[in-house]
Design a protein around this ligand. Structure first.
Ligand SMILES: [Zn+2]
Length: 584
């Protein structure tokens, strides 16, 4: 179509805001902002960089990574086909361009996302490139600037794309620790996993005029709530009004504002000697000296199905239905059956107590632990009262408070994950759902106490990850853990939602799949009849698995725990060798 398009179409473009026909050269001179109505058109990453950095200062960072198709994803098209198409149409190798440069004379590292490339989606390569840009900032002792434009995590890379939210967040945490400024600039649109991680857990969050940002997209929210959305919902001005961004900036002022902020953070700070380079990531052989890892291998061998008993392979869609079974034990059931002496702690201290998250102190075989989990219910009334286990921002902030408290008290944290996803409602967005999830993810990457996560039922995207960045991640045999629900994935990539069973298979969301991908460390087998038919036996098995995994972690010094946890999530980058999908 473009090959035969008349020349006029390249010379003129129509404003998405006011529908004026604009001369392209004039539009570009105006930074792609409509001179008639002020609409900010979307920018590709190369053009954004050209506008933002000092002329002649741009030094692109290497962007060549081996092409990955880690879960061999196929919808109506194989994923490599879509990748090749995106490369051809954008001239980019991935959905982010990273560089070093100066802005107003201040050196920075930058990662600029490009929405034209598969919706700016966050996959393993994008996560790896942004992490490297952050590591470069740490090495150079410069601030990091992230320009976001993304629909969220990349479905075609399954749960591995979800892991990138943690990988990039921990790189940001390292910059925080080093006292180096991180800034994100939200551009239109910024949603999902990107919004719920590095777009909002930076020191400063700027929104470009007209940008929209949120955890859940407006279409999803309308579908779920069945209500019309408030005027200007999720726009930059809305975000400013709800305290979620530091400022709204017109494109023509962006460079100046960034320069001023960079100048302020450099002023008055004594020059610090460069931090010695972090030792390179040890290879796996070296890691096996560690007691936690040793325990992991033994325990894993003991309880991965297939080691002793060989259960029949269940279809992924059947597993999804099993994971959602209303009879499945809930967090409160496990608190009763697996733990002793649970004392529930309530509230986020900011004005709310979310019923979808329960937490408090308890004992596991006589040892004190902090338990935090999603709470669903068995009856419709219970489910409604608990918002179906979908946590509000207050729920995530309660969890955050309890995690930090656990670290101060020296208690290990055990999380029980069972949620279709974080609450996608209007008020959740108003209260900063994306930032609440992002802060939990970042905090868990550096929490100086053992963290053990168990996916007990549904592990739904960012809402699950907000409790699942852990030293060890266990998963019940009939649980699922996914970047998006099969129904949601089917609605986007297939002609309609009825393809959910196919999507479930393509997403690799079952426990054995995720164990092979390294997202999950150990599968906890369920009784032959499944958890809901024999809760007592399930509790017995879960308790044994928790103890086998927790005890070795208690021996690891906090600093090493954090280092190993970081390595665990750092290895999900695109360069990880041997990420291979299970056979279909
Ligand atoms: Zn216009």
């Amino acid at each position: 179509m473009t090959a035969t398009a008349p020349r006029e179409e390249q010379l003129w473009s129509r404003c998405a805001g006011c529908a004026s026909l604009l001369y392209r050269k004039r539009l570009r001179r105006n930074l792609d902002v409509c001179p008639e109505c002020g609409e900010h058109a979307r920018l590709g990453a190369p053009e954004r960089l050209r506008q933002l950095v000092d002329p002649g200062s741009l030094r692109p960072l290497p962007d060549r990574l081996p092409q990955t198709d880690p879960i061999e994803f196929v919808d109506v098209l194989p994923y490599p086909y879509r990748l090749t198409g995106a490369r051809a149409s954008t001239g980019l190798s991935e959905a982010v361009v990273c560089a070093t440069a100066t802005i107003g004379g201040h050196p920075v590292a930058l990662a600029v996302m490009d929405f034209r490339f598969l919706g700016g989606s966050l996959g393993c390569a994008v996560g790896e490139l942004i992490t490297r840009a952050a590591e470069r900032a740490l090495d150079d002792r410069t601030p990091l600037i992230l320009i976001t434009a993304s629909g969220g995590a990349r479905m075609q890379e399954g749960a591995l794309s979800l892991m990138q939210m943690a990988t990039v967040s921990q790189a940001i945490a390292a910059l925080r620790e080093a006292g180096l400024l991180t800034v994100s600039v939200l551009t239109d649109p910024t949603y999902g996993g990107v919004a719920a991680s590095f777009a909002t857990n930076t020191d400063l969050v700027l929104a470009e005029s007209g940008a929209r940002m949120g955890f859940a997209g407006p279409r999803v929210i309308r579908q779920i709530t069945g209500r019309a959305l408030p005027e200007g919902f999720q726009t930059a001005d809305f975000l400013l009004r709800h305290g979620q961004v530091d400022m709204v900036v017109q494109r023509r002022s962006l460079r100046g504002r960034l320069a001023a902020l960079l100048a302020a953070t450099r002023a008055g700070r004594p020059a610090r000697p460069p931090v010695p380079r972090q030792e390179p990531t040890p290879r796996r052989e070296r890691l096996t000296d560690d007691p936690a890892t040793l325990a992991h291998t033994d325990a894993a061998a003991a309880s991965v199905p297939g080691a002793g008993d060989t259960p029949a392979v269940r279809d992924a869609w059947d597993t999804v239905r099993m994971a959602r079974h209303p009879g499945r034990p809930t967090t409160l059931d496990y608190l009763d059956s697996v733990f002793d002496g649970f004392v529930e702690l309530h509230g986020d201290r900011l004005g709310a107590d979310c019923p979808a998250i329960v937490g408090g102190v308890a004992r596991l075989a006589g040892r004190h632990v902090m338990v935090i989990g999603h709470q669903k219910g068995h009856t419709t009334a219970e489910l409604v009262a608990r918002n179906f286990g979908m946590a509000s921002p207050a729920g995530h902030r309660k969890a955050l408070r309890l995690m930090r408290l656990a670290a101060r008290l020296g208690l290990p944290v055990v999380t029980l994950v069972d949620t279709p996803g974080a609450d996608p409602g209007v008020s959740a967005e108003e209260q900063g759902q994306a930032a609440a999830i992002a802060e939990n993810i970042l905090t868990l990457t550096v929490l100086p106490t053992p963290v053990l996560a168990v996916i007990t039922g549904e592990g739904g995207s960012g809402g699950a990850l907000a409790l699942a960045v852990a030293d060890r991640v266990l998963m019940l045999e009939n649980a699922v853990y996914s970047v998006i629900s099969p129904e949601g994935c089917a609605a986007i990539l297939w002609p309609d939602r009825s393809a959910a069973p196919q999507a479930a298979r393509a997403l690799r969301l079952t426990a054995p799949d995720l164990c092979r991908l390294g997202v999950v460390d150990e599968v906890v087998s369920e009784p032959p009849t499944a958890a809901h038919d024999d809760p007592a036996e399930t509790a017995h098995r879960l308790r044994a698995a928790l103890l086998a995994n927790l005890l070795p972690l208690l021996e690891v010094p906090p600093a090493m725990l954090v280092r190993l946890r970081r390595q665990r999530f750092r290895r999900f980058g695109a360069t990880r060798a041997g990420v291979k999908a299970v056979q279909r």
